[in-house]
Design a protein around this ligand. Sequence first.
Ligand code: FAD
Ligand code: EPU
Length: 339
Amino acid sequence: MIIQKNVSLAPFNTFGMQATAKEFTVLHSIEDVQQLLAADDFKKQRVLILGGGSNVLLTKNFDGLVAKVEILGKKVIHKDDEQVVLHVGAGENWHAFVMYCVDNNWGGIENLSLIPGTVGAAPMQNIGAYGVEIKDVIDSVEAIDVHSGAMRTFSNEECRFGYRESIFKQEVKDQYIITGVTLRLTTKNHRFNSSYGAVTDTMKVLGYHEASVRAISDAVIHIRRSKLPDPAQIGNAGSFFKNPTIDAALYESLKKTYIDIPGYTAGNNMFKVPAAWLIEQCGWKGKRFNNIGVHQHQALVLVNYGGGEGEKIWELAMKIQLSVKEKFNITLHPEVNVV
Ligand code: FAD
Ligand code: EPU
């Protein structure tokens, strides 16, 4: 484990923000993690754990140590006629892992194709797309306690997954370094989720006559490429805010003024409303302010056209949040981790 000084983080965050880490290291193994935890450099300063940097907004230089997790490895620990259980290193690229599963016709994560980042960060916010969340296939999450150095295995239930939430973002925030994830996928009798109409329609457009692991993956990739900006072209971190859940009384009263307001029942007399719609109604969609802005095709995605500053993105996000609160009495909560 080598600790470098004054390292630019620009290549390590998909927003492409220029920020410098006072110290920087890459963790390739569990031994590296143990060595880091024992090092004085770790104990005396703030530490930021980084995967692929696709869900962080760096607003300033990081006056501490950034540890990038690159623990690799995929291991089948059980396989039979029905299912396969895999242990995957936290530093594996998520999409490459999904493609590996699609190639093997293992089902369960095909709807999560093309989500950037690492396997280890996926349980942090319980990544989700097109009707599937990683919680649906997680068996357990392996992590190291940064204070004691002890390895702990969190069962699916112990992870307390919710919509873009887990115990790692709440109760034990910054207390664990995730080193590996164990997932349970299907080898046959796949339970396909094509509840999003666009997935079924796109499968047909792509020439698939029935659902399969590959058909769904291809459709999801096609849809995502048409909607979301590629961070290699325009800096972004996907959805900046979570989609808010509001109570039925507020939803019904808003519906009287805004008859087109979209909403989906979320149980317990609650409705989920697309944040993108709220932001678009406030006039932000496609707006550009020097080097930053709101994406022209997806109002929920804030972008860095190049040379933008994280602080300015954060100021813009706060203005958007205020305008949505004033117009709809709905508070948007950031999904992105602001550093
Ligand atoms: P990072 O951004 O590096 O880190 C995210 C958080 O996790 C930080 O707080 C970090 O400290 C912590 N962390 C990272 N690794 C570890 C570890 N090993 N141990 C402990 N803590 C760790 N998300 C969705 O849910 N659905 C989507 O459809 C989706 N689409 C996206 C599309 C685009 C174009 C982009 C840019 C992002 C999108 N995202 C989406 C968000 C993002 O891809 C996910 O949140 C992803 O899981 C982040 O992974 P990462 O490795 O880049 O994490
Ligand atoms: N909409 C607008 N204006 C826009 C874009 C969308 O009004 O500019 C409205 C439309 O009514 C549309 C609805 O918002 O039907 C939903 O839009 P979309 O299908 O693009 O999904 P989203 O709610 O914006 C969520 C996730 C994405 C995930 C997609 C697909 C959140 C915060 N975001 O986006 O996840 O990929 O659904 O399942 O839940 C991420 O978390 O970073 C992310 C990209």
